[in-house]
Write a protein that binds this ligand. Structure first.
Ligand SMILES: C[S@@+](CC[C@H](N)C(=O)[O-])C[C@H]1O[C@@H](n2cnc3c(N)ncnc32)[C@H](O)[C@@H]1O
Length: 191
């Protein structure tokens, strides 16, 4: 059986700037358009690659960089630039629960995580809990089709399935955006 979870020994891959060619942060940010966001929750943050990039787009905000892997949390604590200490806060979470308060987030996002989840519905419910009304959830994960990189096709989740899960999770204004070459990109809003 294919290993679902990312192997933390390969974490250097996550810091490869070549990823920005197909996961352009400006495109992602403009598409989600989180008006005056202050608090972001990055679920499955890995090395905090996107936490730092999106954190720097905030005016006076912060990003909770959540991951289940102790290796990733330790890596972030030891390696993130010192000037991001108040901007990116590493948080160790369990498979489907984030130890943060209800309604704190303007945006919860998950990048390259969905295919690794044991219980996507529970994580989506957790995102719903963390968001305030009007806050957004963005899910970006590998398309279920051949791409030059990415996890095995058998693990990838069809866009329609993710969309259905987000809708069932109580999100409204759900939309799928075709702006990334290799990734499904779905956004929903907490009503
Ligand atoms: C492929 S990496 C992506 C990291 C980061 N989002 C990026 O794109 O640079 C997936 C990360 O999700 C973490 N992960 C897997 N299951 C998780 C879960 N249920 N909750 C939080 N993190 C999880 C893994 O430890 C790994 O760091």
């Amino acid at each position: 059986m294919e290993e679902r979870k990312f192997d933390p020994r390969k974490l250097a891959k996550l810091n490869d700037p070549a990823r920005l060619a197909y996961l352009d942060p400006e495109t992602i940010w403009k598409t989600v358009h989180p008006h005056e966001a202050r608090v972001l929750v990055d679920i499955g943050a890995g090395t905090g690659f996107f936490s730092v990039l999106f954190g720097r787009m905030l005016q006076n905000g912060k990003v909770y960089a959540c991951d289940i892997s102790e290796v990733m949390i330790t890596w972030m604590l030891e390696n993130l630039p010192s000037e991001t200490r108040d901007l990116v806060i590493p948080v160790r979470m369990e498979e489907s629960s984030v130890p943060l308060a209800d309604g704190i987030a303007d945006l919860v996002y998950m990048i390259n995580l969905h295919h690794e989840l044991e219980d996507p519905e529970r994580i989506i419910a957790e995102a719903f809990r963390l968001l305030h009304n009007g806050g957004k959830l963005a899910i970006i994960d590998w398309k279920k089709e051949e791409t030059p990189q990415g996890p095995p096709l058998s693990l990838r989740v069809p866009a329609e399935t993710i969309m259905e899960q987000v809708r069932k999770g109580g999100f409204s204004r759900c939309a799928a955006y075709s702006v990334l070459p290799y990734h499904t990109f779905i956004v929903g809003e907490k009503p």
